[in-house]
Design a protein around this ligand. Structure first.
Ligand SMILES: [Zn+2]
Length: 458
């Protein structure tokens, strides 16, 4: 687990709502910047935020054992057959009520590979002409230390453990101070709170949606999409992809593409690997399936643009740590010559609370201003390029050799079985964190939460 001790040397005090003023230490910290994950025992930091939201949940209440907040019904829902107005040429919205979860794999477990759908997608990948490197799956949840040879193999170009990026990886926005907003792991019962904040501030984001959440909350995904947010793939069950077989990777990406297509009528052209766990084998399979990878900005092994907001829910970090991370990220964002992409989540209330109460309000007052847009827009491409069926290929040609329409077939009919799953943020050695084994429990808890809140959102 990558942890930065330099942070802790700077501990002074928490100064939320103080005037924005990057001090010299923070500026000089450009090369050490942010670090995901922090010992929860550290409670005192120096950071400077421009503002807090008067309606923000108090920091002291953004803790792992926080009482569950009431979730809000969607302010806007869309009738089946509604025509999207934010993307030209989009097909009418499918009827989410007709979706049958029994036609999809089991939630939050790696999909089985013997279904007709996965078998078809495997065939399509094989026929794509894209060469899939013959790397063995990584072990131990992709932990870097347990996969030293793989990490050292430069031909594998394993981002998780080395930061290696391929030409096709999107890790930054080209224009300085432009922020490609992203929220991962939803949709969830707390997504509506984020959507309301974004709407109130005329912001659009990219949602990296987990297929298991999409089939649970299709109406939320529809509201995101119809509101002009970018929808992208984040796998079916959120496994570290380098640990999977080729067939499993194809199944995870394929089912996620398919459920989004079934809910929205369009297929995403971009995906984010859970935990940022991607190597050249995963890249090649994604390429063959028409998916361009989006990770997040990393300017040094320790300075990844990861707020670590995901770990608030479990208590592996604190709100103060997350704001400290954000403070460093925003300082570094002003220093680098490109724009940036930041990792945040909308799965748990704590992550949404820290975003809507603190990070986003602070970002909106940042000077010089951040231009906050979905990833596709930060790349200076139209929103239509985010979807296979709407992409005219002029500014966003599909990956070479890809078969991007592969998943756009009939409704699925496959059951699933298995016993693992997980979700989480990423670190420099993210998949190596001790968090992974516990993430199954996190998801079990999540499902209990969702079971209690579904009626509020349906
Ligand atoms: Zn994720």
């Amino acid at each position: 687990m990558v942890k930065l001790s330099l942070f802790y040397l700077a501990a002074v005090s928490v100064r939320v709502a103080a005037a924005y003023n990057i001090d010299a230490r923070q500026v000089s910290g450009a090369s050490v910047g942010t670090s995901a994950g922090s010992p929860a025992t550290q409670t005192s930091f120096s950071f400077t935020l421009a503002t807090n939201n008067p309606t923000a949940v108090p920091l002291a209440s953004i803790v792992s054992n926080a009482a569950s907040q009431a979730t809000h019904t969607l302010a806007t829902t869309y009738a089946p057959g509604s025509t999207p107005t934010v993307v030209s040429g989009a097909p009418p919205l499918p009827n989410a009520a007709l979706l049958a979860p029994s036609n999809y794999p089991a939630l939050d477990v790696v999909v089985p590979t013997d279904s007709p759908e996965v078998q078809q997608w495997i065939q399509e990948v094989n026929n794509s002409g894209v060469a899939i490197p013959d790397f063995a799956p990584t072990v131990a949840s992709g932990a870097c230390g347990a996969n030293a040879a793989a990490a050292a193999d430069q031909t594998r170009c394993w981002w998780t453990c080395t930061g290696c990026v391929a030409a096709t990886d999107i890790t930054t926005c080209p224009d300085k101070l432009t922020w490609g907003l992203t929220y991962d792991d939803g949709p969830s019962p707390y997504t509506e709170d984020l959507l309301q904040f974004l709407d109130q501030n005329n912001l659009k984001t990219t949602f990296f949606a987990v297929g298991s959440r999409v089939i649970s909350f299709p109406n939320i995904l529809q509201t995101e999409y119809m509101g002009g947010h970018q929808i992208a793939v984040h796998t079916w069950s959120h496994p570290p992809l380098t640990t999977l077989t080729n067939a499993q990777i194809i199944g995870e990406l394929g089912w996620s593409k398919k459920v989004i297509k079934d809910v929205l009528g369009v297929t995403p052209s971009h995906f984010r690997p859970p935990f940022g766990d991607i190597d050249n084998r995963v890249r090649a399979i994604a390429q063959a399936m028409g998916l361009t990878p989006v990770i997040w900005t990393r300017i040094s092994p320790q300075a990844t643009f990861d707020t670590d907001d995901f770990d608030l829910h479990s208590g592996l970090t604190t709100a103060s740590h997350v704001l400290q991370n954000w403070d460093y990220i925003s300082a570094n964002a002003s220093l680098i010559n490109t724009g940036f992409i930041l990792l945040e989540h909308d799965l748990f209330q704590q992550s949404v609370d820290i975003a809507t109460g603190y990070i986003l309000p602070d970002a909106l007052l940042h000077q010089p201003p951040f231009k906050m847009v979905p990833v596709i827009e930060c790349l200076n491409k139209p929103l239509s390029d985010a979807y296979v069926e709407l992409n005219d290929n002029s500014t966003n040609p599909p990956p070479s050799g890809s078969v991007p329409s592969a998943s756009a077939g009939a409704s699925g009919s496959s059951g699933g079985s298995g016993s693992s799953g997980g979700s989480g943020s990423s670190k420099g050695s993210a998949v190596a964190t001790a968090g992974l084994p516990g993430l199954g429990a996190v998801f079990a808890l999540l499902m209990a939460i969702l079971a209690g809140t579904t009626l509020l959102l349906s």
